[in-house]
Design a protein. Structure first.
Length: 269
């Protein structure tokens, strides 16, 4: 997800799981017969998914999960699944599918299977009209302060790639956007899609996203290894949703801006 995991922790989890025999996953037929699909979602990741005012799940993932369940003809059962639990929960058959910005990686592919992409994570530059640079590498100057969330992957990446820039570390996405709005930082270089909604809290600031991306990650739906009947059904439904523009519409509804690098629907998978 949103590259919100520590690489060493992921390596430990993968290594441990390689020695655990996977449980038998429920097939598409099993899910239809039992009438529910268990969907792993992050309980603390708004607006992707979180508990709303009525203590019910809401967010982009929840809308997507309900659409998938409806397509199968079953009820969606949302299972709170923290970031490090996503792969273990699939391997141990505690969930049927995992959402929550699950980025496709080679390490995870050893343990689970992925559908076609659901959405992207585009690492880019969010700044204001006070900055005249056109590319992310131009921020490698000591006159610039980059703000990010302490303990996240991009912090070490930016220290390595842009060593001359100053770094301001804060505690949340809202704090990063506020820091730029208040002039304490010049830019955010991150998975910008997750930050855009917070810019609306500062309407007097002239925000801009530089067109150059650092890289684009592809987040898919995770399924248990070898569960091809379920994976193929989801691929077909995702093609329909992408072709109709439904995924991008839901993204804009929850994030307040279009997906920076939308997924292009592909009928072949």
């Amino acid at each position: 997800m949103l590259r919100r995991f520590v690489t060493t922790l992921l390596a430990v989890v993968v290594s441990a799981l390689l020695f655990v025999a996977p449980s038998q996953a429920r097939s598409l037929d099993d899910i239809i017969k039992e009438g529910t699909i268990r969907i792993g979602v992050n309980p603390n990741f708004p607006p992707m998914s979180s508990y709303g005012a009525t203590n019910q799940f809401e967010g982009f993932d929840i809308d997507v999960g309900n659409m998938l369940a409806e397509a199968i003809g079953v009820k969606a059962e949302f299972v709170p699944t923290e970031t490090p639990q996503r792969v273990p929960f699939l391997v141990s058959d505690r969930i049927d599918i995992s959402l929550g910005a699950l980025t496709r990686t080679a390490a995870r592919a050893k343990l689970i299977d992925f559908t076609v992409p659901l959405h992207t994570e585009a690492m880019a530059v969010l700044t204001t009209d006070k900055v005249n640079e056109t590319g992310w590498k131009a921020f490698d100057k000591d006159k610039y302060t980059l703000v990010n969330i302490r303990g996240t992957w991009p912090v070490d990446f930016l220290k390595k790639e842009l060593p001359n820039a100053k770094m301001l570390l804060v505690d949340s996405i809202a704090d990063t956007v506020r820091s730029v709005a208040q002039g304490r930082a010049d830019a955010i270089i991150e998975n910008i899609d997750f930050f855009m909604a917070h810019t609306k809290n500062f309407p007097d600031v002239k925000w801009k996203v530089l067109p150059e991306t650092v890289f684009v990650g592809y987040c898919a739906i995770g399924v248990s290894k070898g569960n091809d009947s379920l994976r193929q059904f989801l691929n077909i439904k995702l093609y329909d949703l992408h072709s109709a523009g439904t995924i991008n519409e839901k993204w804009q509804e929850w994030y307040g801006a279009p997906m920076l690098k939308p997924v292009v629907a592909n009928p072949f998978f």
